[in-house]
Design a protein. Structure first.
Length: 303
């Protein structure tokens, strides 16, 4: 393995839950990344490769001017009372993307953020110190989700076991930057092939993290080998954090597909399970991974 950190298998529940518990969910915008629209909605048809290539020629850096198809994608994180979901962008990305995302990341990504948008500062405004965060659930370990792992040294980090191995052996070409997450923190892995896994409302493989039904993680691979989504129970109803299993609402409706996925078959299967959940839970609030239009409509807190 190419990392120094050795995670341990998670023992559930992570903490003693209380029957009927609910959580409060704070969507937090940690910054934005400039991207061609075709990254979240791939071109179709015979000319798709050429149209994608033209999109990429509108990249930033080296004097290039962004072409019209480029859009700003939100990079979210979520404070959940209990845990945090993903970490968003590290504050260093406000001034030096390469320092956090590596040389390739610094060349590829253009970030728009103020330093104060970093998750550690935004949760402090909500009365939570980074050192008070006990659990961080990682949907996956791509560089825009694991960017600020180092800000939460006291937390237990929960990740799919397959995702840990993919990130540990993968590199920048797979979307990972090992130095973001290779810290001697308390990393715990979930094995979705274990006997303790449960089906839940359309999802074939889930775990109840606290044993009280308030925070449930669901295996939704495809975007990466070990991607996971979350079903959260608030007093006002359920909130589904899709993560990057679907970038946008249009993708959930079958109107768009992302340019790249790690495994197209698994990605399609995960979308099918998400849609099954939505059929069974039509009143749920659904938050996809990088949908600028959706983000503008989100409430400050769901409770």
């Amino acid at each position: 393995m190419a990392v120094a950190t050795e995670p341990r298998a998670a023992t559930l529940p992570l903490a003693e839950g209380r029957a009927g518990s609910t959580v409060r969910v704070h969507p937090i915008l940690t910054g934005e990344i400039l991207s061609p629209r075709s990254w979240v909605e791939r071109h179709r048809g015979r000319l798709a490769p050429a149209r994608t290539a033209l999109d990429l020629l509108g990249r930033t850096g080296w004097g290039w001017v962004p072409a019209p198809p480029w859009i700003w994608l939100p990079v979210p994180a979520f404070l959940i009372e209990h845990p945090i979901v993903d970490t968003g962008l590290h504050q260093s990305c406000a001034t030096d993307v390469g320092a956090n995302m590596g040389r390739l990341g610094g060349l590829i990504y253009r970030v728009r953020m103020d330093r104060e948008q970093a998750l550690r500062f935004q949760i402090a405004e909500r009365g939570v110190s980074p050192r008070d965060v006990q659990v961080v659930v990682m949907t996956h370990l791509h560089i825009d989700h694991a960017s600020a792992v180092s800000d939460f040294p006291e937390a237990t980090f929960v990740v799919d076991e397959r995702e840990w191995h993919a990130a540990a052996s993968g590199g920048a070409s797979k979307g990972y930057q090992r130095r973001q997450f290779d810290h001697a923190f308390d990393w715990r892995t979930l094995d979705y092939s274990a006997d303790a896994v449960e089906s839940f409302a359309g999802f074939a493989r889930t775990f109840d993290l606290f044993g009280d039904g308030s925070v449930r993680v669901a295996s939704t691979p495809g975007h990466t080998q070990g991607h996971q989504s979350l079903v959260l129970r608030t007093a006002g109803g359920e909130v589904l954090l899709v993560g990057d299993a679907a970038y946008t609402e249009r993708e959930l409706r079958g109107e768009a597909l992302p340019l790249l996925v790690e495994d197209a078959h698994l990605h399609a299967r995960s979308l099918k399970e998400i849609r099954s959940y939505l059929e069974q839970t039509p009143d749920a609030t659904v938050i996809t991974g990088h949908d600028a239009d959706l983000w503008a409509r989100l409430r400050e807190v769901y409770e």
